[in-house]
Design a protein around this ligand. Structure first.
Ligand SMILES: Cc1cc2nc3c(=O)[nH]c(=O)nc-3n(C[C@H](O)[C@H](O)[C@H](O)COP(=O)(O)OP(=O)(O)OC[C@H]3O[C@@H](n4cnc5c(N)ncnc54)[C@H](O)[C@@H]3O)c2cc1C
Length: 462
C-alpha cells in the first residue's frame, strides 16, 4: 500500500462496506475490502440464475426517510433508478378483503387523516382508540420510544388497550415486514420509532422500488466508482479472526491463513459474523465487545413465484396479516427490468416476491412445502384473480441469520461505530444509528464509521 496514504482494511462487502469503501476512497485513503462470498451486496445482493432470471436475497423497499442513501445514489448517478410509488399502504386479507391507508398532501399530522377516517376496514372507534394510545408519542416525540424499550410491542399494546384487530391485522404484518419477528418479540421502541418518524415527516413513509437488480444500480456502480479511484475489492476472501495485541488490532487473519495489516480496520460484517471474528480475550477484556454477544440475527425466507396470469395489478408494496407472506410485491408491476422470464418478456402476468416470516419454524421445510404454503396464502388473499393461475417458476432463498433481532432491551448492546480500540471501527445495520438494520441504516452506519476514521487520522472533516 502507498506510503503517504493511510490504509484501511474493510471487512465485508455488503451495503455498509461498499459505502464505506467509496467514502474512504473519496477522502484519499488506500482501501482494500474483503468479502467472503463470490458476489458483493450482502443482504441486498442479487444474481442471475442458470435461466438468466435475477434472484434477490429479499424484496427491498426504499423509504422516503433514507436521505443518506439517496445522497449516495446521486453521487454514483443511479438515483433515477428508485421509482417512487403512490403514497399508500395496502393490506390484503383472507377471502379477498382489503384495506388501504392513504395519505393526503398536507402538513403533519394532517397527512395521516385518511388512514383514520377512510381506511375501509377499521371503525372510527378503533382508530380513535389507537390515536389516543399515541398521545405520549405526539407530546414527547422521539424522546418517548426509548422509554418503552423494555416492553415488546404486544405488551405495550396490551397496556394501551387499542384493540386486538388493529394488532392482528395491521401491526402483526408491520412488525414482520420491518424485522421479521412478531409483535410478541419485537421491542415496542421499534414500532414507536417508525410511527413517530412517519407521523413527523410526511414523505418518510413513501416507498420506492429499484427499477431492476441492486447489483446493477447500487453494487456494481459503487464497485466501479471506488475501483477506478484505486480501491481493491477481493471476493471469495473470508476473515477468520481479528488479531488483538492487548491494545489494538494488529492484523486480520484470513481463512486461507494469510495475515493482512493496515492503519485502520473497519468491520462491516453482520453481527453474527463479527461475534465469530472477535477474539475471546478482547470480549472478556471489554464490555463494549462482550456485550455484542447479546445480539443475534433473525431467520427469514424469500420466495419468488412467476404465475401465468395477473393476480394483482398493484404497483406498490403489499402487506398481508393472513398466511405466511407479511410483505410482498408484484415485481412485474413494481420493477420494470424484472418483467421477464427465461429471457422472454413477461408483461401482464405476475412475478411475486414474498418475504416469508416468521421463518423460525419454516427453515427446516423443503422448498416445495414452503412454496405450497406461500401459494396457499396467495390464493386465500386473491380467491378470484388467482383462480386457474399456474405457477411457471419459483425460487427460494433461506437466510438463517439476517438482520439483528431488535427484541426488548437490546438497544444498549448496539455498538457505536467508534470502538474503544483506536484503530478498529464498526459499521453495519446493527450498529447504532436511527434506522436500525435497513439499507438506510447500513449507509448511515458507514458514514459515521468513516467520519470516525477521518477524525482519528487527523484529517479535516468534510
Ligand atoms: C429478506 C430481506 C428483506 C429486507 N428488506 C429491506 C427493505 O425492504 N428495506 C430496507 O431498508 N432494508 C431491508 N432489509 C435489510 C437490509 O438488507 C440490511 O439492513 C442491509 O443490507 C445490511 O447491510 P450491511 O452491509 O450492514 O450487512 P450485510 O448486507 O449482511 O453485509 C455484510 C457482508 O459481510 C460478509 N461477510 C460475512 N462474514 C464474513 C467474513 N468472515 N469474511 C468476509 N466477509 C464476510 C457477508 O457475506 C456480507 O456480504 C432486508 C433484509 C432482508 C434479509
Amino acid at each position: 500500500m502507498s506510503s503517504e496514504k493511510k490504509s484501511v482494511l474493510i471487512l465485508g462487502g455488503g451495503l455498509a462496506g461498499l459505502t464505506a469503501a467509496k467514502r474512504l476512497t473519496d477522502r484519499g485513503f488506500q482501501v482494500k475490502l474483503l468479502e467472503k462470498r463470490e458476489i458483493f451486496g450482502g443482504k441486498v445482493s442479487s444474481w442471475k440464475d442458470d435461466e438468466g432470471d435475477w434472484i434477490e436475497s429479499g424484496t427491498h423497499c426504499f423509504f422516503g426517510a433514507y436521505t443518506e442513501l439517496y445522497d449516495l445514489l446521486k453521487e454514483i448517478k443511479t438515483d433515477h433508478a428508485v421509482l417512487w410509488k403512490e403514497h399508500q399502504l395496502t393490506y390484503t386479507l383472507d377471502a379477498g378483503k382489503r384495506f388501504t391507508f392513504d395519505t393526503w398532501d398536507l402538513p403533519s399530522p394532517l397527512h395521516l387523516m385518511p388512514a383514520i377516517v377512510k381506511n375501509g376496514y377499521f371503525s372510527f372507534g378503533e382508530m380513535a382508540a389507537f390515536s389516543r394510545s399515541l398521545i405520549p408519542l405526539a407530546l414527547q416525540k422521539d424522546k418517548y420510544p426509548p422509554t418503552q424499550d423494555h416492553l415488546t410491542f404486544a405488551e405495550w399494546a396490551e397496556k394501551k388497550k387499542f384493540g386486538a384487530r388493529l394488532m392482528e391485522k395491521m401491526f402483526r404484518p408491520m412488525a414482520l415486514a420491518l424485522k421479521f419477528i412478531p409483535p410478541e418479540e419485537i421491542s415496542a421502541k421499534i414500532i414507536l420509532d417508525v410511527t413517530e418518524t412517519f407521523y413527523r415527516i410526511p414523505e418518510s413513509s413513501c416507498m420506492g422500488f429499484l427499477k431492476g437488480a441492486p447489483q446493477e444500480y447500487i453494487h456494481q456502480p459503487l464497485l466501479d466508482y471506488s475501483a477506478s479511484r484505486g480501491a481493491i475489492f477481493k471476493s471469495n476472501t473470508a476473515i477468520e479472526e481479528l488479531l488483538w495485541d492487548g491494545k489494538e488490532i494488529k492484523g486480520v487473519q484470513l481463512r486461507n491463513g494469510e495475515i493482512l495489516t493496515a492503519d485502520y480496520y473497519l468491520s462491516a460484517l453482520p453481527i453474527h459474523n463479527l461475534q465469530k471474528v472477535l477474539p475471546d480475550p478482547l470480549k472478556k477484556h471489554d464490555r463494549f465487545f462482550g456485550g455484542l454477544d447479546n445480539l443475534e440475527g433473525v431467520p427469514v425466507i424469500s420466495v419468488q413465484i412467476w404465475y401465468d396470469q395477473e393476480i394483482t395489478p398493484v404497483d406498490n408494496v403489499l402487506f398481508s396479516p393472513d398466511g405466511v407472506i407479511p410483505v410482498y410485491a408484484n415485481l412485474a408491476r413494481t420493477t420494470p427490468d424484472y418483467r421477464r422470464l427465461r429471457g422472454e418478456s413477461f408483461n401482464g402476468k405476475t412475478r411475486f416476491e414474498f418475504c416469508v416470516a416468521p421463518a423460525k419454524s419454516l427453515m427446516g421445510l423443503s422448498k416445495e412445502e414452503i412454496v405450497r404454503q406461500v401459494d396457499m396464502s396467495v390464493r386465500n388473499c386473491y380467491p378470484e384473480t388467482s383462480h386457474g393461475a399456474k405457477i411457471l417458476k419459483s425460487t427460494l432463498v433461506k437466510i438463517p441469520q439476517s438482520v439483528y433481532a431488535p427484541t426488548p432491551n437490546m438497544e444498549q448492546f448496539r455498538p457505536t461505530q467508534r470502538t474503544p480500540l483506536r484503530n478498529l471501527f464498526l459499521a453495519g445495520g446493527f450498529s447504532r444509528q436511527p434506522y436500525y438494520d435497513s439499507m438506510g441504516g447500513a449507509v448511515m452506519s458507514a458514514n459515521l464509521a468513516v467520519e470516525g476514521i477521518v477524525r482519528e487520522a487527523g484529517l479535516k472533516e468534510g
